[in-house]
Structure formats: C-alpha cells, structure tokens
Design a binder for this molecule. Sequence first.
Ligand code: URA
Length: 430
Amino acid sequence: MNIIDIIAKKRDKKILDQEEIEYFVNEYTKGNITDYQASALIMAIYINGMDYEETKNLTIAMAHSGEILDLSDISDVIIDKHSTGGVGDKITLIVMPIIATFGIPVAKMSGRGLGITGGTVDKLESIPGYKTDISIEEFKNNIKKIGISLIGQTKELAPADKKLYALRDVIACVDNIPLIASSIMSKKIAAGANKLVLEVTCGSGAFMKTQEEAEKLSYVMTKIGELAGIEIVCVITNMDEPIGRNVGNSLEIEEAVKALKGNMEEDVQEIVLTISAYILKLAGISNDIEENKKKVLENIKSGRAYEKFKELVATQYGDISYLENIKKARYVNPVKADKKGYVKKLNAEVIGQVSVALGAGRLKKEDSIDYTAGIVLEKKIGDKVDIGDILAYIHYNKDIESNKAIENVIRAYEIAEEEPEKYRHILKIM
Ligand code: URA
C-alpha cells in the first residue's frame, strides 16, 4: 500500500477501504506521509466526499491515533460539549464551568481557530500561562480534583486530528461533513466522555450554511457517537450573525468572564441556558429543561460559575489576575453607520474574515495569533441606527489597511427602514 495510490483512488471518486484509511492516518501521524500528500488527499475527500462507512472508519482511525481515555474510575457520567464552529462563539467557555458547579465531571478537548471561526484553545491560551497541552495524567487528575479540565489535542490524545486540523485550516478544507464529523468525534471518543451536547451551528458564519446541512452533520455525528457508546444531543443554532458582542480571542475571554459574572447578552444567555439545560438532562439532574435553566441561572448568580472558571484557569497554570485586567489592542477604531434604520442582517462570515485579517486567525500553519485583535459589535440585528452611530469597533496592533477593515465591517451590516422579524437563536434540538 502507498499514499500515491490512495490519493489517486479518492481523486477518481472511489471508496477507500478501512485499511487504506488506517494506513493514511497512522503514517501521517508518524510523519511518514508529507503535508503536501496529506493536503492532496484531504482536498480529494473535500471535493469527492466520503460515505458513512468511510467517515466512520476515518473517525475511529483518528481517535485511535493516540490513547483512548477510560474515565470510568472518575464517574459513570462524564460530560463533554463541542461546537462545530462559529464567529464569536464563546459558549463552551461559559457552559463548561457552569456544568462543573453541579459536581458533574467535565472532560473537554477543544481545537484552535479554524477558517473564519475562533477556537477555544487559542482563546484559553490568550490568558497568560494557561496550558492546553498538559499530560493525560494531569488531565485526569484535574477532573478528579476540581471536576473540570479543558485541553487541546496533544501528541498523546487525538494526534491525527491535531495535524489534520491545522492542515485543513490553511488549505480551505474545513467546511465538509466527513472532515468535520471525523475531527470532532475522534476528539470526543479519545477524551473519554460518555454524554455529549453538540452545538451545531448553521448560517453565514458557520461551516454548514443551511439548517438542512447542519441536520445532516448532526445525524452523522450522532450515529458515530452511538457506535462509541456516547449519548448525544445536538442543539442547532443560528450563526447568521456572530454570537454576543465580542469577536477575537482575548475579547471573547472578556465577554465570557462578564457572562460568568451574570452579565450576558440576550443571545449568549439563550444558547448557554439551552445547552446547559440539555447537559443537565443528560447527566440525570432533571428532565425538566425550564427547571434546569433556572438552576443554571442560580449557579451563575451565586458566583459559583465564575469561581469554577477561575479554578480551572489557575489549575492549568493561567494567571487569574489577568481575567480582571484583560489586555487591549494598541489601536481601537470606531466603525460608523452611513445610513439610518434598523439592522436587518449582520453577516457573520464577513465579520469573521475581517477578524482574521486583523490578526485573530491564521493564514499559514506557522502563523501566530494576535490575541487582542478582533471586533466589538455595538449594534446587532434588530437595533435602531442613526447616521454616524457607532456600529462596531475594530481592535488591532499591526500595520494594516484599517480603512479597508472598516469598509468591510460596514458591508457586513444591512440596514433597512423596517424593523426586522425577531432573530431566532435556537433552531432545533435533535
Ligand atoms: N471543530 C472541530 O473540532 N473540527 C472541525 O472540523 C470543525 C469544528
């Protein structure tokens, strides 16, 4: 078997068998297949697709590229949550500490920024000292000791996804059901949780542009989860406009801290409460979703959720004093409205692209992230706007064409005379 034949087979729209998929994953993880060969195969998969059997085999091979954790000595119920990606999506940072306040163990492996979407690993690493690449032993000990750990893929856990994820990000091969399903589910299988809520985003700022595609992705991930003994609930969310106000790594940490202290934007609150309530249901706390939402609000109001977040940050070597004094970018420029009316649309894809251009994302694997770069949205869908009102602020440090960024942010806003219909944040629970 060799990689050239495997690439040719997928290029010619044929089905790859289990052995070929395992060969690719294992040899690429070991470094025996080059990035350019892996890029060719991933692009062929992106263009020609994979059926369910191939997607399942890819997921299992990727999960087994490292260790598969058994956390049954910690608890019968281990919780995880994952987003398929979005612009301004800081929901994981808020939900996970909340769940840990209920004494339910949380074992979560996240990823870095991907395409126009931010990643939890980059956001956490914007906190000075925070380590996302701790050992398996430390990951397990933290879950035992404080009830929560949030890490990234490591050399020991899901190493194939660590490499493929970084590669897909810079070869325009992100928005693809088999590649997303295998990436997410391989991490989930490796990290050892047995109950999982997936936040499946759809809309302009998501990889799935329509609800139909989001449902298809949910179906594939749920089926793979069943096979691996993971109980899954999918919450399909609307990603036509960014979530919350802040887009960019440290800006999103700032918004998550505010939310954990009880100061949540309406959309953030609705998504946080819904996802948390379904997690509590999976964990056996109560089947009453509205009751669970009230319990979640209590644990935020009491300060327990923010305390748990600080405990998580401190345990993973982060500087908790930074959470009260988050660094800002050198330049902060306003973006002003040139039209009056109501915000009818706020294109999350364009906001994500501007955010990457300001420095919040990567164009090459080796690129470093500018943590303080990003956008703060002052106006969102439904808000009234007058000419000259501030729509948003762009935050940046590097020498960029700020006028271009400002023009693009204005382009993301559609302002109409009529007040728009109410924007729905939660589209479906599956
Ligand atoms: N999140 C992941 O972990 N992988 C993807 O491919 C997309 C979102």
